[in-house]
Design a protein around this ligand. Structure first.
Ligand SMILES: Cc1cc2nc3c(=O)[nH]c(=O)nc-3n(C[C@H](O)[C@H](O)[C@H](O)COP(=O)(O)OP(=O)(O)OC[C@H]3O[C@@H](n4cnc5c(N)ncnc54)[C@H](O)[C@@H]3O)c2cc1C
Length: 397
């Protein structure tokens, strides 16, 4: 039997962990996702099991207590999790980006302090660049950190759209420090901000107002963050050097884009699975709708899109794992996988006829989750900007 989204050349460990996550998703996530999503309930029991499985430390080096696995292993696990419920993959997404940035750019002291606790899931990361006035145009960030005479910083400003804003305990946030550089992005610095979980003024000068009410991607908390005279120490600057934040965050976003592609693959696979099953059960005009060529062709198109997205995602992950820059490959994978995911969920919805519009059917949730993938970690337009700029430079005449 032809199964979609197979990956050749995996190690024994990769095959084992991906299959363990798949079984976990079939047994624990798919049966509960619908109810938790509709009641917008945080999937605590699922998250606890993910901690036990070591998923929070998947890419954290073994010397810090993680599993030291590759981006590819991580992405394949995310694909499986998102196949069950996109919100569950969102719980580890920002955590993984922050751990990656600390691993790549943190000082030794920051690695020692955070990575072991992040590997167990005791410390949980959130990633904050966006503000109410900006998301794509990161260089325009307004939140400001002003250096004090004792070397500390005072941060003021408002951040927007923090995935895991309330449930995280470590926020990597990008703010303006005004280094006097002529290029705006060189005036930005990443701070590692520790805080307790919860809502309200959780530490002096730092408020998480509450959960934003969203179209989909429910269960998981997405919040604002308000800095009002928040004091950060010089040691909280990622890597200990100011003015490097933009590059550090963009490095994080690059692996994050592979992760979003993997999520799009997972949601697309599930949409296909639901459609191919329903098309064989639902009868019209005396036969299963799968026997009407128009429906069978939809299935063929969906499967081809799922397969293409998976291959692009795997290619982008492998490129990063090989040590090569993967901005174009990650941008292409993110762009293609999220657009295809949107199309595939729409096709699956149509195959479900009227039942696709019912909250009893899973496809309804996928239809609300998929649009986020077109936006998160940079919209499709931003991916096309990145891809075309590099192509015009590489193919310059
Ligand atoms: C559920 C959710 C969770 C999120 N989680 C996080 C998070 O954890 N951390 C975080 O920092 N952010 C997060 N975001 C924010 C997300 O990254 C931004 O929404 C996204 O980058 C787009 O920014 P924007 O919403 O400000 O849109 P804008 O930048 O205002 O863009 C609006 C429209 O204009 C287009 N556009 C903008 N500039 C250009 C251009 N130069 N060329 C062509 N078209 C352009 C865009 O493609 C888009 O269609 C999240 C968002 C959502 C919805």
């Amino acid at each position: 039997m032809t199964r979609l989204a197979q990956t050749l050349g995996l190690t024994e460990f990769q095959t084992e962990i991906v299959s363990t996550v798949r079984q976990f998703v079939d047994k624990e996530v798919i049966p509960t996702a619908q109810e938790l999503e509709h009641s917008d309930t945080y999937p605590q029991a699922i998250v606890d099991q993910m901690k036990e499985m070591g998923l929070f430390g998947l890419m954290i080096p073994e010397e810090y207590g993680g599993l030291g696995e590759s981006l590819l292993t991580y992405a394949l696990c995310v694909e499986e999790l998102a196949r069950g419920w996109m919100s569950v993959s969102g719980v580890i997404n920002t955590h993984f980006i922050v751990a990656y940035m600390i691993r790549q750019h943190g000082t030794d002291a920051q690695k020692q302090k955070f990575l072991p606790r992040m590997a167990t899931g005791e410390t949980r990361g959130a990633f904050s660049m966006s503000e109410p006035e900006l998301g794509s145009d990161i260089a325009a960030i307004r939140t400001r950190a002003i250096k004090q005479s004792n070397g500390d910083y005072v941060i003021d400003g408002q951040k927007m759209w923090l995935t895991n804003g309330g449930s995280s305990t470590l926020v990597a946030t990008l703010v303006r420090t005004d280094e006097g550089a002529d290029k705006p992005h060189r005036n930005l610095t990443a701070f590692l901000v520790e805080k307790p979980t919860g809502f309200g003024e959780v530490v002096a000068g730092l408020t998480i107002p509450g959960k934003l009410d969203k179209l989909g991607y429910k269960g998981i908390d997405t919040t604002e963050l308000i800095f009002d005279g928040y004091r950060a120490a010089a040691d909280d600057v990622l890597g200990g050097v100011t003015g490097q934040g933009f590059f550090q965050m963009m490095d994080g976003v690059e692996v994050g884009r592979v992760n979003v592609s993997a999520r799009a693959c997972g949601v697309g696979i599930r949409a296909f699975e639901l459609a191919v099953r329903y098309a064989q059960q639902r009868q019209t005009f005396g036969r299963p709708i799968a026997e009407h060529q128009a429906v069978a062709f939809q299935l063929a198109e969906m499967a081809t899109k799922v397969e293409a997205a998976h291959l692009m995602m795997v290619n982008a992950a492998r490129l990063k794992d090989s040590g090569e820059r993967n901005d174009v490959a990650a941008g292409m994978a993110k762009y293609l996988a999220s657009e295809f995911c949107s199309e595939v969920t729409q096709q699956s919805f149509r195959i479900h006829g009227g039942y696709g519009y019912s909250k009893e059917y899973e496809i309804e949730r996928l239809m609300r989750d998929a649009p986020f993938l077109l936006i998160g970690e940079g919209t499709s337009e931003i991916q096309k900007n990145i891809i075309s700029k590099r192509l015009l430079s590489d193919y310059r005449i």
